[in-house]
Design a protein around this ligand. Structure first.
Ligand SMILES: [Zn+2]
Ligand SMILES: [Zn+2]
Length: 323
């Protein structure tokens, strides 16, 4: 059995944290400010994430890059702002949004295509032309983006598995697949795609009404050796991160033999880890704090999902396995 090159790359990066200088940093790749339809200033948005022990935040206003250089001036606060924008296109009732993370230059305008897939590709290409990392957002908002749309895309590795807003339709119900089922269908068809959790924050003002888009509900934990925008984006691109709504992991290790996690327990909370393969099949269930799965070699891919008794989740990225 051997791993395909992409998995080997993950494997090289997946050494135990600590010993080799890697650490996990917490971040949100999707947040709005008053520069679009968020209800706080960029400075106060940054402050919220800084005060809540995040290490990075991407400000992603609709079709405008918020200048973060004048905000992110403290070199000693263990926190960075990463520039970004949300390329925001609508096609009839469909909402086709792609984040461009860390653009190096102006993001060209993405033209509307004849189809949703074409418009999405134009947006991904616009992000890439600016030297940015593209992230396809909230595919199930208004049920806008299908598995076929995503499968046709070139140049994208990231999608919002969990955009935690009310209207994102993340979970399977009513005979429709959730975003997790969407992910498995794409992975099963050979797409290399990594799942992000994000706040897509709009509402910061402490009004606790259901359905508002608050900060702090969905994030990514990214493995880096240094806290820079380039290092964070490189790790995201390589799938060296996990998505979380509360479950914290001490470590994720993928070798050519096994996929292994270490869960950081909290109080009396209990945990179930499912190792999941082709078409969403559960390959193994493990109740321990150090769940592990030994590769057979014929799985195509294996990913790990942790569910806690508090209803919190962690989604680890797929390892691609070939005989
Ligand atoms: Zn959006
Ligand atoms: Zn948004």
């Amino acid at each position: 059995m051997k791993l395909v090159p992409i998995a080997l790359f993950v494997l090289l990066l997946a050494a135990p944290a600590g010993a080799d200088g890697y650490r996990w940093v917490k971040g949100n790749t999707h947040a709005h400010t008053r520069n679009s339809d968020g209800n706080e200033t960029p400075r106060r948005v940054m402050r919220w994430y800084l005060d809540h022990e995040y290490q990075f935040l991407v400000i992603s206003d609709h079709d405008v890059v918020t200048d973060v250089t004048y905000l992110d001036s403290d070199r000693n606060d263990d926190f960075i702002l990463i520039p970004g924008l949300e390329i925001t296109r609508a096609q009839d009732r469909l909402r086709l949004h792609v984040n461009a993370l860390n653009p190096k230059r102006a993001v060209p305008t993405a033209a509307l295509g004849r189809t949703a897939a074409e418009t999405l590709q134009n947006s991904v290409d616009a992000a890439l032309a600016a030297g940015a990392l593209p992230q396809v957002n909230h595919p199930h908002w208004r049920w806008s983006i299908t598995a076929d749309d995503l499968l046709a895309l070139r140049g994208v590795r990231l999608f919002e598995l969990l955009n935690v807003n009310r209207d994102s339709n993340n979970f399977a119900a009513g005979g429709r697949p959730g975003t997790e089922e969407l992910w498995d269908s794409l992975l099963s068809r050979g797409m290399v795609l990594y799942g992000v959790a994000s706040d897509d924050t709009h509402d910061y003002l402490g009004d606790f009404t259901l359905g508002l888009a608050y900060p702090g509900k969905g994030w990514v934990m990214v493995r880096v050796t240094e806290l820079t925008a380039d290092a964070v984006c490189a790790a995201l691109q390589q799938g060296d991160f996990y998505a979380s709504t509360g479950v914290e992991l001490a470590d994720v290790q993928i070798s050519d033999k096994e996929y292994r996690l270490a869960i950081k327990p909290l109080g009396d909370t209990t945990y179930t880890t499912r190792f999941i393969g082709r078409n969403g099949a559960v390959l193994k269930e493990d109740f321990s704090l150090t769940p592990a799965y030994a590769f057979r070699g014929d799985e195509a891919y294996v990913r790990a999902k942790v569910v806690s008794s508090a209803g919190e989740l962690a989604f680890c990225q797929p390892a691609f396995v070939r005989k």
